[in-house]
Design a protein around this ligand. Structure first.
Ligand SMILES: Nc1ncnc2c1ncn2[C@@H]1O[C@H](COP(=O)(O)OP(=O)(O)OP(=O)(O)O)[C@@H](O)[C@H]1O
Ligand SMILES: [Mg+2]
Length: 329
């Protein structure tokens, strides 16, 4: 079975002149090498396709694959993560991870929160700031938390994101609107414990691979698992496997969100408790980072004795259930 791999290699974009910020979510060559060698170890033939521009060229050439392992984050627009899967669907090529609808929806944190709310899944109250005058309409109590509505990897998140008064609200929202050119998501600040839950599988077969607590140390940027804390976590952030009742409740919330949004194959859900110790969903990551020993999902798996190869096997097996003739490989 031939498995194509689609991805956005950070180094390629840096070479083309894109900035560190624009490419922050893109992948390191080590991630691609690991996925490729693991798929081969699982018995698949592999083909590195690369980004959407390479994919379009290859499709136009008539190339096809039995399955595509897609981790392309995309470059342009709020539906950027949906673009490669949409193209693959148009050519009836099966792929791993969620469909375009889910990928676009989950990247827009405000839209995703409306669905969580509708499903009865706890999520912090929020407002969307489209222009700076919108802050006059905000009725939420301080402290608040502000972030770009559709970014990942902690982009736009720092200790400044926690807001305690109107003056800070004005400055932080104005800065974020200007820097990220998209609405700001303003939420009530969740002061409790933070968890991230690894999930594999789809629908009723979805299960947690484990939950870890994210604990910010003295040297960490305070208040949030921010861009700085994510990029330079060593010596700042402690990751601890947990199984106490609050952690178990976080897992259930994460699974409810995963299944409710119809996410597929594997990913990660970020959860943080409110002032009453109730885990609230922060956001869902249906295209989670999978760089070994670095990204949160493989780190969770390490803690719970799930080897990297087993993680990839579970993801691929889940995707293969959507492929009618998937028995030979
Ligand atoms: N409402 C909130 N209250 C308190 N802290 C929050 C809130 N929303 C986000 N945070 C903090 O900011 C961090 C990053 O937020 P979020 O997960 O939305 O960003 P992201 O950039 O999409 O993350 P990822 O790297 O997982 O893609 C969270 O892990 C948490 O520490
Ligand atoms: Mg997150």
């Amino acid at each position: 079975m031939l498995v194509g791999i689609t991805y956005d290699l950070r180094a390629d974009y840096l070479e083309l002149g894109y900035s560190e910020g624009e490419t922050a979510e893109f992948d390191h060559i080590e991630t691609i090498n690991s996925i490729d060698s693991t798929l081969q170890a699982l018995g698949y033939q592999t083909d590195r396709i690369g980004n959407i521009w390479n994919l379009t060229r290859r499709l136009a050439n008539g190339d096809r694959w039995d399955l595509v392992f897609n981790i392309a984050e995309g470059l342009c627009g709020v539906s950027r993560e949906a673009q490669v899967p949409a193209l693959l669907e148009a050519y009836s090529i099966p792929y791993v991870f969620s469909n375009p609808l889910v990928l676009a929806l989950s990247l827009h944190k405000g839209m995703a929160k409306r669905i969580f709310r509708d499903l009865g899944i706890p999520t912090a109250d929020f407002a969307e700031i489209h222009t700076i005058t919108d802050i006059e309409k905000v009725k939420l109590p301080y402290p608040l938390f502000a972030k770009p509505i559709a970014e990942g990897t902690g982009k736009g998140i720092s200790s400044m994101s926690r807001i305690s008064n109107k003056a800070e609200l004005q400055t932080v929202c104005a800065d974020l609107l200007q820097m990220y050119n998209q609405p700001v998501l303003l939420e009530t600040y969740l002061p409790g414990r933070e968890f991230t839950v690894g999930i594999t599988g789809t629908g009723e077969k979805a299960k947690s691979v484990g939950v870890i607590e994210i604990i910010l140390g003295d040297k960490a940027e305070q208040f949030a698992y921010s861009f700085e804390n994510k990029e330079n976590w060593k010596g700042r952030v402690t990751y601890t496997p947990v199984s106490d009742p609050e952690a178990q409740r976080a897992v259930q919330t994460a699974l409810d969100a995963w299944v409710g949004l119809e996410c597929r194959d594997g990913g990660r859900v970020d959860v943080r408790s409110d002032a009453n110790g109730i885990p609230n969903i922060i956001e869902i990551n249906p295209l989670a980072g999978i760089r070994p020993n670095y990204s949160d999902l493989p780190i969770i798996c390490d803690f719970f004795n799930i080897p990297y190869q087993e993680l990839i096997r579970r993801i691929v097996d889940s995707a293969l259930e959507r492929v009618p003739t998937s028995t030979e490989n």
